[in-house]
Design a protein around this ligand. Structure first.
Ligand SMILES: Nc1ncnc2c1ncn2[C@@H]1O[C@H](COP(=O)(O)OP(=O)(O)OP(=O)(O)O)[C@@H](O)[C@H]1O
Length: 301
């Protein structure tokens, strides 16, 4: 369990995190989403005792990181995959970590196996590809078999196979009952991976929701094409729909489902050439929620 309560972190004049409160529960993958500069890394750094809060609290299992006797056994994290000693082998890197944290060295082989690095255990960390360094960082996070895990943008720079692997790993860690907090600035990554979403912008909470709820709240309607669009619009509006048009000339119908639209068109003897659910673009929903809080935006807005 992770609890952030009224957390504020200032760096001089910059307010990186601004009165932020949220909880992350076990057994689920929670996506921590926000545009660049929203305060995700800072929040994680405070949770991990790397930054001190200006005010408020950031607790793991009800405690501050600094007060834990064996932190790696409670919380594992990957913040920066490059934060390894390049000259050491993957195995030695993990062995040193295990030793200095009172963790049995037998765990090293277990975690290397779990992240698919058993075959590269003797290679110098500095010679590993980015994807392999990410895996090594994740192995380090798993070393103490912690119940709470945090990963800061773990798929950055990974190829599609690596992205799929991370997604699968996150889900299996949550299925084991662990608390998994996964940060990203891309909604597309979260759609398939996260159960819950904590969305922040400019250091503040924008939404605490589930992927399903966000989708339901941002229903984009049904795209309808008809050679008799004007008449069909009248029929649909009379039935209570809201009808707009999209740039290609199609109608965007909200408030009626596909079957109702088809029945109404048939009832009015109006031909229909296309009826397509526009689906829900979570990316658009997310952009709408965080639009005002993006630190930089193309076009200088
Ligand atoms: N050590 C620091 N000194 C000064 N400002 C900082 C420091 N660390 C972070 N900031 C600022 O605090 C804000 C939040 O940064 P943070 O890295 O937490 O955001 P983020 O959501 O993780 O963004 P990104 O996705 O770009 O990593 C930014 O404006 C950043 O420039």
């Amino acid at each position: 369990m992770i609890e952030v309560r009224e957390l504020t972190k200032r760096h001089g004049a910059t307010v990186a995190v601004d009165g932020l409160s949220f909880q992350v529960r076990p057994g689920l993958v929670t996506g921590f989403l926000g545009p660049n500069g929203a305060g995700k890394s800072t929040t994680m750094r405070v949770l991990l005792g790397l930054d001190a809060p200006t005010s408020g609290q950031a607790l793991v299992n009800g405690r501050r990181y600094a007060t834990m006797r064996h932190p790696l056994r409670e919380v594992g994290a990957l913040l920066d995959a490059n934060a390894v000693h390049g000259g050491r082998s993957a195995y030695d890197h993990l062995r040193c970590l295990a030793r200095s944290n009172g963790i049995g060295v037998s765990r090293v082989a277990d975690v290397l196996e779990r992240v698919g690095l058993a075959g590269a255990a003797r290679r110098r960390a500095g010679d590993l590809s980015l994807g392999m360094r990410q895996r090594l960082g994740i192995a380090a996070a798993l070393l103490g078999d912690p119940g709470v895990l945090m990963f800061d943008e773990p798929v950055n720079g990974l190829d599609p196979e690596g992205v799929r692997w991370i997604r699968h790993l996150m889900r299996s860690l949550a299925a084991e009952g662990r608390t998994v907090l996964l940060s990203s600035h891309l909604m597309s990554e979260m759609e398939l991976t996260a159960d819950r979403l904590v969305i922040i912008g400019r250091g503040r909470l924008v939404a605490e929701t589930t992927v399903g709820d966000l989708a339901a709240r941002h229903d984009l309607g049904v795209l309808v094409r008809s050679p008799r669009a004007a008449e069909l619009t009248g029929v649909l509006e009379a039935a209570g729909a809201t009808v707009g048009t999209e740039p290609g000339g199609g109608l965007v119908v909200r408030g009626l489902d596909i079957a109702e639209i088809g029945d109404l068109a048939a009832g009015g003897g109006l031909a229909v050439h296309e009826v397509t659910p526009r689906g829900v673009s979570l990316e658009e929903a997310y952009m709408e929620l965080t639009g005002d809080s993006a630190e930089y935006r193309a076009g200088g807005r």
